[in-house]
Ligand binder design. Structure first.
Ligand SMILES: NC(=O)c1ccc[n+]([C@@H]2O[C@H](COP(=O)([O-])OP(=O)(O)OC[C@H]3O[C@@H](n4cnc5c(N)ncnc54)[C@H](O)[C@@H]3O)[C@@H](O)[C@H]2O)c1
Ligand SMILES: C[N+](C)(C)CC=O
Length: 490
């Protein structure tokens, strides 16, 4: 593997000689695909010191935004140049199909392009000051040193949502990818180096959350922590960040409702219900795993969905025709199996799946069959909790109000969908659904221009769009008195 399997700190690749190593496993066959250094608090502290020095005494923060934007755009061009290598690395690391990874790489280059062109579009604002003979202006400045922590399901996509805006706005950063899927993040740091981002501005530390991640979250020299991952980890990071009142950006879990009205196009709704869940074996924060179906079409819809799901082809992400790869790890497979067991115990009806595949060719991978539970009720754990796998629960509703009530009965508020031909009804539902993204007659579509993030326990703040770059700025009001005179008040 032609990759710098090391940390990248202060412009240097280090760690090859480290005795602490971690094996990176291909979830399709459990083969070791790489061995990387396992960083800990000392590497994290070294990276934080490099980022602090680069921000406080370097030139990145004061580099003209146009120049920073050009460098971020250069990274996009390099990603496009190496997109096939990146896609194959991503699929090797995560098990997702290479077709999905190719789509991710297009999205990722688009994120860097979007923020590359946005970098110099915020010249601040002159305020029409109410004070005579004065100038009042508002400017946006970089936050400072940013800790960035990402999950294993979309390693480079979630990293791009953090790296691109942080660099575009003149911040310095320390990126910690998930310890189980670091390969494409390592590769993008090779491209960051090739794009000549100054040493110390962007740093990469490989390692676990409880060591490297915890240091980034608590260290007083880190000004902002941007985290994407599970709710429980997010709570730990909130606590750790409170030490120096860091700025927080949290992108957390989801249990995303997909409301199917009887007046929808059935084929469309069945097709989109699968698109909403089974990409990457359902390991998607915004997976529409909570189907809420109008009574009148429930049986027809479920039967059609079950028949389509029974045809799924599971296999290697590199094999032509594979529709679903493995789950990420043995631990995660066990978690998904536990949720299926819970669903059975709670009285849900297993309509399809509910087991590992019997295909001998898949026995070395962490495979699980696409699974659908019917006769589900909102009080069930299988309905309320994020299994983060290929499991759909189906509830019934009889009125628009009931559908929205069910959709909102959740601690989560990341995303949701509504399928109906009555657009006024769809808009009424969208207005009442308490979540950061609502799709009407679509599911799981996202692009750099629109903000992404959650209501309730699905997170704090937004990534993507203009809000995604504002997360990485502080706002300052500069007031200038043009005719200063003593007040003689005291
Ligand atoms: N909202 C979104 O945009 C979004 C996108 C992708 C994934 N997710 C969520 O991520 C979760 C799956 O990812 P995961 O299993 O990698 O999540 P996770 O919370 O287990 O780990 C995420 C990252 O946090 C690190 N980490 C773990 N403990 C830490 C600690 N104490 N301090 C600091 N860092 C720590 C991990 O090393 C990893 O890099 C799901 O809940 C999914 O919904 C959300
Ligand atoms: C890529 N995204 C954020 C839509 C789903 C992540 O799990």
């Amino acid at each position: 593997m032609n990759l710098n399997l090391q940390h990248y700190i202060n412009g240097e690749w280090i760690g090859a000689e480290s005795e602490n190593k971690r094996q990176i496993i291909n979830p399709y066959n459990q083969e070791i695909i790489a061995v990387v250094p396992e960083g800990n608090e000392s590497e994290a502290k070294a990276a934080i010191a490099a980022a602090r020095e680069a921000f406080d005494n370097g030139e990145w923060a004061t580099t003209p935004a146009t120049e920073r934007g050009a460098i971020v755009t250069k990274i996009a061009e390099l990603i496009e140049r190496d997109k096939e290598e990146l896609a194959e690395l991503e699929s090797l690391d995560t098990g997702k199909t290479v077709e999905e990874s190719r789509g991710d790489m297009v999205d990722i280059a688009g994120v860097f392009r979007y923020y590359g062109q946005l970098a110099d579009k915020d010249g601040g604002e002159l305020i029409d000051s109410p004070v005579p003979n004065s100038i009042s202006k508002v400017v946006h400045e970089p936050v400072g040193v940013c800790g960035q922590i990402t999950p294993w399901n979309y390693p480079l996509l979630q990293a791009s949502w953090k790296l691109a805006p942080a660099l575009a706005t003149g911040n310095t950063l320390i990126m910690k990818p998930s310890e189980i899927t670091p390969l494409t993040t390592i590769k993008v740091f090779e491209l960051i180096e090739e794009a000549e981002v100054p040493a110390g501005v962007a740093n990469l530390v490989l390692g676990a959350g409880a060591t490297v991640g915890a240091e980034l979250s608590s260290n007083v020299d880190v000004d902002l922590i941007s985290f994407t991952g599970g709710i429980e980890t997010g709570k730990k990071i909130m606590q750790a960040a409170s030490g120096n009142v860091k700025k927080l950006a949290l992108e957390l879990g989801g249990k995303n409702p997909n409301i199917i009205f009887a007046d929808t196009d059935l084929d469309l709704a069945v097709d989109q219900a699968m698109n909403g869940v089974f990409f990457h074996a359902g390991q998607i924060c915004s997976a529409g795993t909570r189907l809420i179906v109008e009574e009148g079409i429930h049986d027809t819809f479920v039967n059609a969905l079950v028949e389509r799901v029974k045809q799924f082809k599971l296999g290697s992400g590199f094999e032509e025709g594979t529709q679903m790869g493995p789950l990420i790890s043995a631990e995660h497979l066990a978690k998904v199996e536990k949720y299926v067991e819970t669903g059975m115990k709670e009285g849900a009806t297993l309509a399809v799946g509910g087991a590992r595949p019997e295909n001998p060719a898949l026995q070395n991978g962490f495979f699980y069959l696409p699974t659908i539970f019917t006769n589900c009720t909102t009080d069930m754990d299988i309905v309320q909790e994020e299994a983060f796998g290929p499991i759909i629960t189906v509830e019934k509703f009889s009125s628009e109000q009931e559908a929205v009530k069910l959709a909102n009965d959740s601690i989560y508020g990341l995303a949701g969908g509504v399928f109906t031909n009555d657009i006024a009804k769809a808009e009424r539902c969208a207005a009442k659904m308490r979540m950061g993204t609502v799709w009407i007659n679509e599911f799981n579509l996202y692009f750099p221009h629109a903000p992404w993030g959650g209501y309730k326990q699905s997170g704090i703040g937004r990534e993507l769009g203009k809000l995604g770059i504002e997360e990485y700025t502080e706002t300052k009001h500069i007031f200038q008195n043009l005719k200063p005179e003593p007040l003689h008040w005291f």
